[in-house]
Design a binder for this molecule. Structure first.
Ligand code: FES
Length: 102
């Protein structure tokens, strides 16, 4: 596992999420009521970028066909067919700095 700097906590306000490129992977980082989550940013259905979707609490909706993903696990919450996980990553916080383990 590598610990990779992704930015400052203050870069992502509560309720916001963003896409970062870490080690060649697109990772979505979200701040939900002060807790940070990291998942893959690419929908495993047809490859939409999930940071262009909508976030409600810890559920992220894909902008293309509406698959709903659990931000805390990277698992599918609902869709009309089974989809592989988008993956999730551990976030580490040191002072105001966010790192992700990949
Ligand atoms: S690309 Fe995400 S649901 Fe189809």
């Amino acid at each position: 596992m590598a610990k990779v700097l992704v930015g400052k906590r203050s870069d992502i306000q509560e309720g916001e999420f963003t896409n970062v490129i870490v080690g060649g992977r697109q990772i979505l980082i979200a701040n939900i009521r002060g807790r940070y989550f990291a998942t893959g940013n690419i929908c495993t259905h047809e490859g939409a970028e999930l940071h262009e979707g909508e976030l409600h609490d810890k559920e992220l909706t894909c902008p293309l066909h509406g698959a709903k993903w659990d931000l805390s696990t990277g698992q599918l919450n609902s869709f009309h067919e089974f989809l592989e996980s988008i993956g999730s990553y551990r976030i580490l916080i040191e002072d105001d700095t966010l790192f992700v383990e990949i």
